[in-house]
Design a protein around this ligand. Sequence first.
Ligand SMILES: [Mn+2]
Length: 467
Amino acid sequence: MSDICPDADLAAAAEIIQASDAVTIISHIDADGITSESILSQAISRLEISVKTTFIRQLDPLTLHQIPQDDSLKIFSDLGSGQQILIEELGFESDQVVIVDHHVSQPSERDYLEVNSLKYGEHKTSAAGIAYLIAKELDNTNTDLAKLGIVGNVGDMMDREDLCLTGLARTILQDAVDHGNVEVWERDLNIYGISTRPLPNALAYTDDIDIPGISNDISGAQRFLEHLGISPVQGRLWPVWQDLSFEEKQHVTSALVEHVIAHDRSTDRMFIDHYLFLDERRDYGPLLNASEYATLLNSCGRWSKPGLGSAICRGDRGASYQEADIMLRNHRSKIREVLEYITDKGVLEYSHMLFIHVGALFPDTIVGIGAGMALSRLNPKKPILIMCEDSMDETVTKVSMRTKPDVIKSGVDLQAALSMASERYGGSGGGHKIAAGAFIPKSVEREFVEDVNRILAEQFGESESNS
Ligand SMILES: [Mn+2]
């Protein structure tokens, strides 16, 4: 833990906001960006300060024109830290800008106020966490917003490595629990979709655990459950995990542990903390837990409707929720199409990664997710690189990479690999160790793939020589 704490920065951010007549929030379009925006805009409008929002895909020379050149205070959230030179080029003075972020910082000449979790040694707290701390600094009754802080952190996978939220994000979780709208299921079964996914599907498509006879095998999962006395309700619909009684959950869990151990597989990643939302109605399924809520918001962003996600975060369960729900279903079926296409068509296997090009068949915003899901069906020991056409510009290729937590442990860092390789060819890349993306000129696709494979070979090799 760093000895620099955020208190002074939070107080400075609150002060500059309170002194403003109007605020413009410029935020990222993913779940972390949408929740950050929603936390900040609610906290600020509660002070009766007028607030407007601009969502952008990323802050770069192409999106700068979307930032209004007026007198309002500009709050950059879930972006901005790495683009301070661009912000300076726009001509904003240091008292006109607050940056709320958790990405690597690149300071400019101007001394912008940057509230960034990395500064405080908090590598597992996202922008929504920082946004919440500012909201609480503005008014300590804003603890209802801690829930959205949890959604943003989970959306940015801050809980993936430790299988629970830690550090500053954990203290924010405590605020949410104390407020009463969030409940933690500690060390519960590590599956996705506990509120909406039929249980056999959730078991068959866990990202983290390899369960012989169940992983990637829905009918195998169904047989396993039937054997334990769990069957479709009224002979038709399988229950979701959240519907099971405490005893049923324990029964399934211990049978799974036994089964996994009997097959000599690891139980290391079998348990995770789930964050349940007590203030949502049962029929709003995807909003009942943090990871499905985050998926809903991510799908809003990926289909260019971040404002819908923001309205849902502010409490709209009418028109906005209906529209987002339809979009989520479409999002899922499109991702399923990508997944099926990859598994049917097969991938090219390089020494240190898998590769597939899907051309213009699918929107560039979802191919990465589909590729990540396909990994378990292919070779999870190697990262996958998927290419597709950029929907905005046909001379540009969008690259996405995904891998598994175990592969990260052997030294692989996809963000580093893609940044390094794309810079060589005049492109740009970013992301995280486990999931990253890049844009490159279409003309260099072949060299690029070979280059990334070479970089991965080095990353794998370093860990082998260290061990
Ligand atoms: Mn983020």
